[in-house]
Structures are given as structure tokens and as C-alpha cells.
Design a protein around this ligand. Sequence first.
Ligand code: ZN
Length: 196
Amino acid sequence: MKPLVEQVDKVTGALLNTIAYMPTSHLDVLIDASCWKALSDADFMRIAVLLAKKSVEEGGCPIGAVIINNESRKIVGKGHNTLVQESHPYNHGETSAIRDAGRIDFSKTTLFTTLSPCDVCASLLYMRGVSRVVVGDITNASGNELLLRQKGVNVEVLEDEMGISLYAKFRQEKPHLEMEDWRGVAELANMQNVFD
Ligand SMILES: [Zn+2]
């Protein structure tokens, strides 16, 4: 059966949001393989941001990631942080997308992340040989871009204003959850002292 979208003349927010919500393994039902090249890097970053938005609407942390094949530009993995949703201490946007992609050759892929990678995710990205990483927000956090470059990863910064405001709002509204996501529950006690 033909997919719903056979040609993309104009990339709309509704299309990107539908791609974000649809399971990766079912994307062929939605969009023809030839359409992926109509999507720009900024479009893939926006899909990652829409996943971050989905996460925050579920009560979680707003960080999302998308992995595409460099040749076909097709999405091969995507996900968002599930610290709250799955009570999962290290399922960040990047680890979630890598888990979704499965046992593929990551040297043929680009990973788009809405926020600069933490130490754990940066290590996973170079240890799985991801060839290119695009970072959507170095305003709210940054630090591991240099490490990734030293490990041979091509790193680009492509900031998305929606993603930056989404994360800034989260940091302001839920500082304890943000700290838990970055540093773990143990760090919350130290943070409490600062607030007292
Ligand atoms: Zn991480």
C-alpha cells in the first residue's frame, strides 16, 4: 500500500510532529522513502525538539534526539529522555535514540540532539562511532563538543530557538529534576543546602 505522504512540496510543522510521534519502525506507512531528502538539518532538529516537547508534556525532561542515515536521510532512530516516565536514570535523548536504532552501523549516521551531550552520552556517541553530531542548544548547556571532536566526531551546532526556550523554562520550573537528570539523586541534598 502507498504511504500517506508520497511527495513533500512544503515541510509543515504538522508533518514533523507526526513523524516525531510515529514509531520509527512504522514511518514507511507515513512517508515515502524518496521524501526524506526534502527535510533539512533544521527540520530533523525540529523533530528532536518536538520529541523534547512530548517528554515535558509527559512530566519528563525536555531533551530529544533523532538519528538519520547520511545517504538516504531516512530516520533510523529517535527518542527522548525518560528519567521520569520510565524511572530510568540514564535514558537520555541520545541513549533513547540509539536504543531505538538498534544494532546498526552508526558510522553511517548523524545524530541530532536538542541539548549538548552529557559525559555519558558523549562517550556513547564516540564509542558507537557516530560520524556526525548536530547540537541544537549550547546556550543552556555545553561542554563536550571539544571532546567529541578530539575523538574524531564531526560536531556541528545548529541551535533551535523553540528547543532553547523549552529547556530554559524547564530549568526555571523544575530545577531539582534538571539536577537529578545531570548529576543524580545524591546531588539533590547539596542543592537543598544552597536553596536553604
Ligand atoms: Zn546524556
